[in-house]
Design a protein around this ligand. Structure first.
Ligand code: MN
Length: 354
């Protein structure tokens, strides 16, 4: 297990690299250049500067999350070929700075959805929550609701300039059903795979969050059978998955340890997001501390599956709670993610101890 921590860059993340370096076992920063719009190429100089900053702090920068896939690629618009050429450029540029894994998603319009970014647990901590009864009647209202809850932080996947056009985005997706989205996904994967294989950079698609359709938009990365379909686009370790235990686990029908065993067992899981969630009612959940008994997922069984099938995978805690008075970017504070890492380290040591 190579433990990482997601970081939003010195200008936009209140957590200094020096503090992350002090969390036992963390060797990797999971990073991105958040200001570059989807569809554009990431310049070599910008990449090298960011990697140098991370390495100067005594950490490594082998996992990027995310290089976003443009809506034109997802929709299948004419400019997709230019965007794919830029994506291929980015793959080559990242490889020259030592990047090994690119996490991305193939969700239309919304990268992820919650109805409450500060849901209070009984212990006074705050977490991200999704209550199907609280989904706003329109995407615009939902968007406003989420942005109000973000306290001015830029949320990954919720770039305001893109979402300002949410209505026209919905219109553009009107002709994209599940089959069309899957066709466009296949087209993208088959186009980038030669570069991934040449440059030794693995694509790792993140599951849909939540793993069911929202606002009538199709979702095609929801469960094991969806992952098998994506795997068949191009069967190679370079066409792989970010197995996010929380996103997959939000649907109680998904057996998360079994999914890890299946796909990591075929060397298709270079990156794991470890997160616990608690099911509340059908279609609803809130996030939880990493400890198994605080949520609905068996985190020990999950780490055992990783240890037995893919012990070299990159792992990061996913979202954490807001605790101890910290008021950070929702889900991405320091304290509870550090606690999550300490717990995952403990599970790992117990599981792998000779
Ligand atoms: Mn995740």
């Amino acid at each position: 297990m190579r433990m990482g921590f997601r970081w939003f860059g010195a200008a936009d993340d209140p957590i200094p690299l020096a503090h992350i370096r002090q969390i036992p076992g963390v060797t990797q920063i999971v990073w991105a250049l958040f200001d570059i719009p989807a569809g554009e190429s990431w310049p070599t100089g910008r990449i090298a500067a960011q990697v140098a900053e991370i390495e100067a702090a005594g950490l490594r920068a082998e996992v990027v999350e995310s290089v976003n896939v443009s809506d034109a690629i997802k929709i299948g618009q004419p400019e997709r070929d230019r965007h794919i050429a830029n994506y291929i450029d980015t793959i080559g540029n990242l490889s020259r700075s030592g990047v090994k894994v690119i996490c991305y998603n193939f969700m239309p319009v919304f990268d992820w959805m919650r109805t409450d970014l500060r849901f209070r647990l009984v212990d006074g901590s705050a977490v991200l929550a999704y209550d199907s009864a609280l989904i706003a009647p329109s995407a615009e209202e939902m968007l406003a609701q989420v942005q109000r809850g973000a306290d001015g932080f830029l949320l990954p996947g919720w770039e305001p300039e893109r979402l300002a056009q949410v209505r026209s985005l919905f219109e553009a997706y009107a002709c994209v059903d599940e089959a069309k989205l899957a066709d466009n996904f296949r087209y993208f994967i088959q186009a980038v795979m030669p570069a991934c294989e040449e440059y030794d950079v693995r694509m790792a698609v993140h599951p849909d969050d939540p793993p069911w359709p929202i606002f009538g938009l199709p979702r095609i990365v929801r469960n094991a059978s969806d992952l098998r379909r994506i795997e068949a686009f191009h069967d190679s370790p370079y066409n792989a998955f970010t197995l996010c235990t929380g996103s997959l686990g939000e649907n109680p029908d998904n057996d998360v340890p079994a999914i890890i065993r299946e796909f990591a067992g075929r060397d298709k899981a270079p990156f794991i997001h470890a997160r616990n969630i608690k099911h509340t009612s059908p279609g609803s959940f809130h996030e939880a501390a990493h400890l198994s008994k605080e949520g609905s997922l068996d985190m020990c069984e999950i780490m055992l599956a990783v240890a037995q099938t893919s012990p070299e995978s990159y792992v990061r805690p996913d979202h954490g709670r807001d605790i101890w008075g910290e008021r950070g970017r929702p889900g991405y504070g320091l304290h509870d993610r550090a606690l999550g890492i300490a717990y995952l380290n403990g599970l790992w040591e117990a599981i792998t101890h000779g």
